[in-house]
Design a binder for this molecule. Sequence first.
Ligand SMILES: *[C@@H]1O[C@H](CO)[C@@H](O)[C@H](O)[C@H]1NC(C)=O
Ligand SMILES: *[C@@H]1O[C@H](CO)[C@@H](O)[C@H](O)[C@H]1NC(C)=O
Ligand SMILES: *[C@@H]1O[C@H](CO)[C@@H](O)[C@H](O)[C@H]1NC(C)=O
Ligand SMILES: *[C@@H]1O[C@H](CO)[C@@H](O)[C@H](O)[C@H]1NC(C)=O
Ligand SMILES: *[C@@H]1O[C@H](CO)[C@@H](O)[C@H](O)[C@H]1NC(C)=O
Length: 261
Amino acid sequence: MNWKSCLTFVVSFLFETTVPSETQLAILGQHIVLDCSFPVDKQWDRTRCQIEWKLDKVVVHSFYYGQDHLNDQNSHYVNRTSLYHSDIQKGNASLRLEHATLGDEGNYTCTVHTEMGPKRTSVSLKLAAFYAEPRLKFSTSACGVELLLTTKGYPRPSVQWLTVSGEDVGDDTVTHLSQDTQGLYTVSSTVSLQGAVNKTLTFILKNEALGQEIRRNITLLSGNSVDVSPGVYQERWWFVITVLAVMLKYLKLNKLYRTHL
Ligand SMILES: *[C@@H]1O[C@H](CO)[C@@H](O)[C@H](O)[C@H]1NC(C)=O
Ligand SMILES: *[C@@H]1O[C@H](CO)[C@@H](O)[C@H](O)[C@H]1NC(C)=O
Ligand SMILES: *[C@@H]1O[C@H](CO)[C@@H](O)[C@H](O)[C@H]1NC(C)=O
Ligand SMILES: *[C@@H]1O[C@H](CO)[C@@H](O)[C@H](O)[C@H]1NC(C)=O
Ligand SMILES: *[C@@H]1O[C@H](CO)[C@@H](O)[C@H](O)[C@H]1NC(C)=O
């Protein structure tokens, strides 16, 4: 081994691609940059460098002979990927991905080939979407009122209903999660209240990935009035009054019915 091949060996040993070690988080519909860098020396030749980004075996983006080559690119990524061409000679192999979708989740490998051979490293991408303002629906039966809150987002949230004293309503709540065609979770959370008593409940939804918390108080007053904070459900106000009125009528009818028995 002469000194030159020995040096090449040492340099090759030191040549590594670097990506962030922590999972990257993209927000649905927004762009994300997956960082990847590699060392370059003075004689570095951009035309002899190849950069390839893959998700498992799927080709996300490839660059060689000094330009992008997208013939093998998977259709899922068409028109959504780019490299920072002017920064490649500084060792920047980062991938910019536009309009992130839930299908983009996974482990991406960044491979850089130079005279010193290929080096690859993986970076993991997760998606998240903020939960929308929940929609409130009421339904009544002879024995009480049922509140249903629905909202959509990603990933799975935690959902809780609390009483004024901070206790979990637990038993009287049912929460369903389903995924739409896009993969977003539809959350439907129902709480059943017995009788027309004054009650305030707090609905809490948390999307840990984004540090999002939705907290809404819902107050039902038996005296034909409803108060909901913070003003979100006001358009439903009159509807609720009607619903409560109908419910009270039901209860009265029930009483009448019972006395007739
Ligand atoms: C590459 O360049 C882009 C644009 O300047 C920058 O946002 C990104 O952080 C760079 N990545 C690395 C690994 O330097
Ligand atoms: C990608 O962009 C080109 C040029 O703007 C356009 O002709 C093509 O339809 C686009 N393809 C997709 C899948 O969006
Ligand atoms: C990505 O890699 C990590 C660790 O290597 C693994 O736990 C995870 O399941 C992988 N994710 C996907 C979507 O393949
Ligand atoms: C909601 O109710 C809780 C408990 O009763 C109270 O501490 C909080 O201030 C209320 N929030 C709003 C926005 O009214
Ligand atoms: C409910 O609250 C209203 C208004 O504060 C009050 O007039 C009514 O008596 C209360 N009803 C019960 C059952 O506590």
